[in-house]
Design a protein around this ligand. Structure first.
Ligand SMILES: [Zn+2]
Length: 102
């Protein structure tokens, strides 16, 4: 299974309603409809990444999801994945992280 396939799977399966912090640099960002979720990276040293199509086409511009994460970091308005009641997100995240590190 490719990383892209897994990202698509995540986008298809997650019912994401709020910005969710996955780890130090990674966040899940819901679309306004809450149907899918993009994975966004924002690091303290200014690196940024998003799995959405818009960012894929033009990585030099910040997409709305990156802006949402930057704003959430500033205001503290996100939930930590450790506080989620179910472990499903964590399982998917570990699969993704393994794929990215491998
Ligand atoms: Zn995006």
């Amino acid at each position: 299974m490719t990383l892209q396939t897994m990202q698509k799977m995540i986008e298809d399966t997650q019912q994401c309603k709020e910005i969710t912090k996955v780890n130090e640099d990674w966040y899940y960002v819901p679309t306004p409809e809450g149907r899918i979720c993009y994975k966004v990276m924002v690091t303290p040293d200014g690196r940024e990444y998003c799995t959405c199509e818009e960012f894929g086409k033009n990585p030099s511009l910040k997409c709305p999801h990156i802006y949402a994460v930057i704003n959430a970091i500033r205001t503290g308005d996100f939930i930590d994945i450790d506080n989620l009641p179910m472990n499903k997100l964590g399982e998917i995240t570990s699969i993704i992280n393994e794929a990215m590190n491998g």
